[in-house]
Design a protein around this ligand. Sequence first.
Ligand code: KG4
Ligand code: ZN
Length: 331
Amino acid sequence: MRVLGIETSCDETGIAIYDGEQGLLSHVLYSQIPLHADYGGVVPELASRDHVRKTLPLIKQALAEAGLTAADIDGVAYTAGPGLAGALLVGATLGRSLAFAWQKPALAVHHMEGHLLAPMLEEDAPAFPFLALLVSGGHTQLVAVEGIGSYTLLGESIDDAAGEAFDKTAKLMGLEYPGGPLLAKLATLGDPKKYTFPRPMTDRPGLDFSFSGLKTAASLVIQKEGNTAQVQADIAASFQQAVVDTLLIKCRRALQQTGYKRLVIAGGVSANEELRTQLGIMLGAMGGKVFYPRKAFCTDNGAMIAFAGYQRLAAGQQQDLTIGVTPRWPL
Ligand code: KG4
Ligand code: ZN
């Protein structure tokens, strides 16, 4: 079975074709980041309009790169939430309509399920069960994963997501949107012990997170010390270490609670090198192992949607003819 995957939930148009036997046949991505950079964040209406322009040409490109035609596609999977309503509607409307025209099944995919399963696209794929740390611009969640569709939410952020905290702190320092990767790069030049940022909610039991206070801590340092290059680098390193420490503490707790030895990290922040390294060391010491997607599949992409869609379509699930999206959709 060959599945076309469509991702348009935010500011990336991602298209991919996944084959149950041959794996990923093609994947193409168009990032709108330059379009939104001037505004310091994603402008929903601009995002929707750009998805309208890009989705169909990218589907044609993905088919061409795989050496396929529409007749070779056995099912269509599209992100139906969570995300920006207008942006989601572009992919959902096109995906559902193409499947109808081709008389093939369609499936609405949960964006976070896509992220969660993305490490399974790699050669060294994790076996079930595993603990997943989902860290993106919109979510920070710890999920116990027993199999496809069997997800138990163990904890999540009560305010800002980890990626959002990276982006907001980066903005305070005058870095471009999205500042997360830029802040991570700056952190390599700074001293992670220079400033003491809180490790929120780690001194009480539970697996929830809170990251909104970190940007306030960063803004207080900027007010006091100025925004010179060295202060920026030291804030970046100290901030990143606070986020990484917090995630590590909660992951260790969740691994102890579940007894799982495998940890998957996914979502944009899983591209963070410091997080990968420190989680790797921690899991090694615990006799476990950490899994993550290749960098291109950490942030939003079509491959993870094609893969998640394939898993469910192959199991016989499919969508009725309704076109709908769920901008707020619990996993
Ligand atoms: O998963 P994603 O592409 O989109 C959402 O579903 O939100 O994640 C984007 C987020 C942004 O907040 C971005 O700043 C963050 O991931 N990010 C990073 C890094 N690369 C991307 N944060 C920290 N370090 C990185 N290397
Ligand atoms: Zn995402």
